[in-house]
Design a protein around this ligand. Structure first.
Ligand SMILES: Cc1ncc(COP(=O)(O)O)c(C=O)c1O
Length: 414
C-alpha cells in the first residue's frame, strides 16, 4: 500500500486469514471461505480444554452459550432478533423444515414456485416434499433461463398467482450471480397471500440483508461461504416472530422439545424458534463459525459490499478487455443492483480452462454446469492483484492454449 492511501478491506483483514502461498489467487470464497487464523486457535482450545479437560461440564459453561452467541451474531448480520434465528443442520435440512412446515398448512390446489435453475438441492427438497402430498401441493419450477436480466423479476411476478402459497428463491443465484430484489418479490407475495423462503447462501456476509426492511418471512443460509465457517459448517434459519406460533417443525427431535432433559416419552414442542432445533448441536463445527462471523461484523457488511462492487467491476472490465475471439462471455449481470459477489464467465472449454487456471496459473475459481467458470470475490482477502492474476490467466489459458493439456472429462469437487 502506498503512503497516504486509504487502506482497503484486504489491506486490513487479509493477514487475519491463513494464507500459505501469497502467489495463489483464491477466488472461490463463494464456495468455501478461507480459514481465519483465530479459528485454528479457538478449535485447539475447544478440543484441548473444553472437550479434553472439562468434558461434559463444558455444555453449560461453554457450548450452550456458544450456540446462543452465534445466533446473536448471525441475527445482527441480517437485521433480525436473536429469537428469530437458529444455527444448526445444513441449508438443505433447514429448507426442508421450513418448507414442510408451510406445506402442512396449505389447502389442496396450492402451488410452490421456484426457479428451475435454483440450486439443485433446494429443488430436490421441494420436489420431494410436493411429491409426498399426493397432488395436494404442486411445484412450479419456472424456467428463467431465457429471460433477460430486465425480464427476470417481471416474469416471476407474473407466475405469482392466487394459488401460489410459497415462493422459494436464492437471493443471489449460484450460477449467474443474479441478485433478486427481496423487497419487490416479498411485496408481491404479500399481495397474493404467499410466503417466501429466501436462500441467502450466496449473499450473507457479502452484501447487506435486512429482514425487517425487506419484510422477509423466512431465510435459510450457509456459513461456509462468505462467513468463512469451514467445510460443512452448520447452516442457519430465520423465521419471523409472527410466524413462529403458526408453523410446526416436521422433524421432532429432542432439542426442539419443551424440556429435552425431562426425557418425556411424549413430544411437546418448545415455544418459538427453539422448536426448529432437532438434535445435539455440532459443537466443533459451531465453534469454527464464530471467528469468521466476527471478521465480517468487524469489517461491516456495507463496506464489504462497496468493495465487492469495486472488485467485481474491475474483474468485469478486465474480462471485457480480452478480445471476443478468445470465446469468453459474461454471464453475471453488469448492473450493480443485480449482481452478487461472484462473477460467472461462460466458455465452450470452461472445464479445461478451470483446470489450467488452477494448475498452470495458481488461480482458483470453480466450474459450474453448463460451461461456467465462477470467480468469487471476498473483499476481506481478495485484492486487485488477485483480480489481475485471474484476468491474465484467462487470457493466457486460451491465448497459449494451455487448457488443451487437460481432459474434457469432469472429475471431483470443482
Ligand atoms: C444456494 C445454495 N443453497 C444450498 C446449498 C446447500 O447447502 P448445504 O450443503 O448446507 O445443504 C448450497 C451449497 O453450495 C448453495 O449454494
Amino acid at each position: 500500500m502506498a503512503k497516504n492511501e486509504i487502506p482497503t478491506l484486504s489491506d486490513l483483514f487479509r493477514e487475519r486469514f491463513f494464507i500459505d502461498d501469497p502467489e495463489t489467487a483464491y477466488l472461490d470464497g463463494n464456495s468455501l471461505g478461507r480459514l481465519p487464523l483465530a479459528t485454528r486457535d479457538i478449535l485447539n482450545q475447544v478440543i484441548q480444554e473444553q472437550w479434553g479437560r472439562e468434558l461434559i461440564r463444558s455444555w453449560n459453561q461453554h457450548w450452550l452459550p456458544l450456540t446462543l452467541r452465534i445466533r446473536e451474531k448471525i441475527a445482527k448480520l441480517i437485521g433480525a432478533e436473536t429469537d428469530e434465528v437458529l444455527v444448526g443442520d445444513s441449508t438443505s435440512v433447514n429448507l426442508f423444515k421450513l418448507a414442510q412446515a408451510c406445506l402442512d398448512t396449505f389447502a389442496p390446489g396450492s402451488k410452490v414456485l421456484s426457479d428451475s435453475t435454483n440450486f439443485p438441492s433446494d429443488l430436490y427438497i421441494l420436489q420431494g416434499l410436493c411429491a409426498r402430498t399426493s397432488g395436494r401441493v404442486v411445484l412450479n419450477q419456472f424456467d428463467l433461463s431465457h429471460c433477460s436480466t430486465e425480464e427476470i423479476e417481471n416474469s416471476l411476478v407474473q407466475q405469482m398467482t392466487q394459488s401460489t402459497k410459497l415462493v422459494v428463491l436464492s437471493h443471489v443465484h449460484y450460477q449467474s450471480g443474479y441478485l433478486f430484489s427481496m423487497e419487490r418479490l416479498n411485496s408481491r407475495a404479500r399481495e397474493i397471500g404467499a410466503k417466501v423462503i429466501w436462500d441467502v447462501s450466496h449473499s450473507v456476509g457479502a452484501l447487506p440483508i435486512d429482514v425487517r426492511k425487506s419484510d422477509c418471512d423466512m431465510l435459510v443460509g450457509c456459513c461456509y461461504k462468505y462467513l468463512n465457517g469451514g467445510p460443512g459448517a452448520p447452516a442457519f434459519l430465520y423465521l419471523r416472530r409472527e410466524l413462529q406460533s403458526q408453523l410446526r417443525n416436521p422433524i421432532q427431535g429432542w432439542f426442539g422439545a419443551a424440556d429435552p432433559f425431562a426425557f418425556s416419552d411424549i413430544y411437546q414442542p418448545q415455544h418459538g424458534i427453539e422448536q426448529f432445533a432437532v438434535g445435539t448441536p455440532c459443537v466443533l463445527s459451531m465453534a469454527a463459525i464464530e471467528p469468521g462471523v466476527d471478521l465480517v461484523l468487524e469489517a461491516g457488511v456495507a463496506q464489504i459490499r462497496t468493495r465487492s462492487l469495486e472488485l467485481t467491476d474491475r474483474f468485469i472490465e478486465g474480462l471485457e478487455s480480452i478480445p471476443n475471439v478468445f470465446g469468453y462471455s459474461l454471464v453475471t449481470p453488469r448492473g450493480k443492483d443485480h449482481r452478487g459477489s461472484h462473477v460467472s464467465v461462460r466458455h465452450e472449454h470452461a472445464w479445461q480452462i478451470t483446470q489450467s487456471l488452477i494448475h498452470d496459473f495458481k488461480v482458483i475459481p470453480d466450474y459450474r454446469e453448463p460451461s461456467m467458470i465462477r470467480f468469487g470475490i471476498t473483499p476481506l482477502y481478495t485484492n486487485e492483484t488477485d483480480i489481475e492474476r485471474a484476468v491474465t490467466a484467462l487470457r493466457r489459458a486460451v491465448g497459449e492454449r494451455t487448457y488443451e493439456n487437460y481432459s474434457r472429462e469432469k472429475r471431483g469437487v470443482t
